[in-house]
Structures are given as structure tokens and as C-alpha cells.
Design a protein around this ligand. Structure first.
Ligand code: PXP
Length: 252
């Protein structure tokens, strides 16, 4: 059975569009947990385009499950994390112009810097996850950095049209999940996942957690936050109970 953490950044995106105090991502977090979500995720970006420092602080007090803070590996963010003490920190790459987190963190290409950041966060008693592309060199580098978790970037798979390329990307996710697990890492997956494309991943028993934001917040506009979370949860809870070869939605 896999876990679901809900990213509430885009509730804050809507709030910031008006510059007032609603909708509140804290309210969304409460409803997500009420619907059964295992954790809440927020990305405190350097430009504060959606989540604000206040959100993180209030969420730290309110969230009952795991609070996962996504952050860039900068002095400022590591300082905030050490002070707020989320349960988990996920290091992500951050570029100001991007619409969302576009690629995985290049851990292999900046090993020393990431290793140092992981060490500082772990010293603050925070579990550390690295958001990486599904590539063996990145997984080995994550292991090298002593991260406890890797979150595999599913964006390319989610964006691909059905066919050969999509099957190749799915198989890269499967191989990566297996390698990470063999190295003793906890394996999460996220980015771009929705009710239609998550199916094939659910057959990979190595993936034990999913981080999902945009599709849940989008669907919540029409069916309500609790129902949107519950629908995704119903799928995720069925995960990893069967071997990949038996998974119902494997064929693309
Ligand atoms: N995981 C990470 C590391 C992310 O940066 C994001 C996007 O904020 C997500 C998961 C969630 O992606 P989505 O909003 O597409 O579900």
C-alpha cells in the first residue's frame, strides 16, 4: 500500500493572484488530511510566488501527518528549514523563469554542494529527499549524498504521448525505482500525475509514496477538496499490492 502526500502550492497560487487571504492553503491541508492524505507538501520558492513563510509556519503547527517542505539548496532556505523543522525536506532545482519545477536536481553534477546540504538538514533531524530524474547516475549520487529518500520525476512520462517513448520512460522509472530500493533508499514519485496517468506506476512495488498537487487542486474546483483527495487516495491505496506483470493498466 502506498502513501499519498498532497501539494497545496496551487491553492496559494490562486490566493496570490488577488493578493488577499483566500483561498488559504492551510485550509486545503486540513481538508486533505481529513480525506485521509498521509502528508502535506509545500514548496517555499525563493521568489515566494505562491507559498509564503507564514503558510509554512502555520502548517507546521496544524499538519498532523508528514509535512514535506520543498526547497532549493540555498543558505536562506536551509536556515528556514532548520528553524521550522518540517518532517521531510525535498531538495529541488529552482529557476526563476520556470512555470513549475522543470527537471530533476542534478545531484551527480553538484555532488559536494548537495552532500553538504543533506548533512546540514539531517543534523537538524529532518529526513531528506532528493527530487531527481529517473537516471542511474542520479540515484547513485543521491545514495552517495546520504539522502534517505529519492523522489523520481515523473514529468517526462506524464507529458509523453502514448506509444514507444512513453513505454521507454515508464521502464526508466521502473528500473530507477528498483535500483534506488536496492541501495536502501525510500522511493517516492511525483510531478504531473493525475487520475488517468498514475495507473501504470501503481504496479511498481518499490514506489511507496506519491506527491501530487496540480491535478488534485484542479479537480477540487469541481468536486471539492476532500473528494478530489479521496479519489486519488483510492487509487494510491491499491498500489503495490500486485506485481507489475499483473497490474491492470500496464499496457499503454
Ligand atoms: N514533486 C515535486 C518535487 C514538485 O516540485 C512538484 C511540483 O510542485 C510535485 C511533486 C507535484 O507536481 P504536480 O503539481 O504536477 O502534481
Amino acid at each position: 500500500m502506498a502513501l499519498l502526500s498532497v501539494n497545496v502550492d496551487h491553492v496559494a497560487t490562486l490566493r496570490q493572484a488577488r493578493g488577499i487571504d483566500e483561498p488559504d492553503p492551510v485550509w486545503a491541508a486540513v481538508l486533505a488530511e481529513k480525506a485521509g492524505a498521509d502528508g502535506i507538501i509545500v514548496h517555499l520558492r525563493e521568489d515566494r510566488r505562491h507559498i509564503q513563510d507564514r503558510d509554512l509556519q502555520v502548517l507546521r503547527q496544524v499538519v498532523k501527518g508528514r509535512l514535506n517542505m520543498e526547497l532549493a539548496a540555498t543558505e536562506e532556505m536551509v536556515g528556514i528549514a532548520a528553524q521550522v523543522r518540517p518532517d521531510r525536506c525535498t531538495l529541488v532545482p529552482e529557476k526563476r523563469q520556470e512555470l513549475t519545477t522543470e527537471g530533476g536536481l542534478d545531484v551527480a553534477g553538484s555532488l559536494e554542494r548537495i552532500k553538504d546540504t543533506v548533512e546540514r538538514l539531517r543534523e537538524a533531524d529532518i529526513e531528506v529527499s532528493l527530487f531527481i530524474d529517473p537516471a542511474s547516475e542520479q540515484i547513485k549520487a543521491a545514495h552517495n549524498c546520504k539522502a534517505q529518500v529519492v523522489e523520481l520525476h515523473t514529468g517526462a512520462y506524464c507529458d509523453a504521448r502514448e506509444g514507444k517513448e512513453r513505454r521507454r520512460l515508464l521502464s526508466a522509472l521502473e528500473d530507477s525505482a528498483r535500483l534506488a530500493r536496492r541501495l536502501g533508499l525510500t522511493v517516492a514519485a511525483g510531478h504531473g500525475l493525475n487520475l488517468r496517468n498514475i495507473g501504470p506506476l501503481l504496479g511498481f512495488p518499490e514506489i511507496v509514496e506519491y506527491s501530487i498537487g496540480h491535478s488534485i487542486v484542479s479537480r477540487a474546483l469541481f468536486v471539492g477538496f476532500e473528494q478530489a483527495v479521496a479519489e486519488m487516495l483510492a487509487l494510491v491505496r491499491g498500489a503495490a499490492t500486485q506485481r507489475p506483470s499483473e497490474a491492470p493498466q500496464r499496457r499503454l
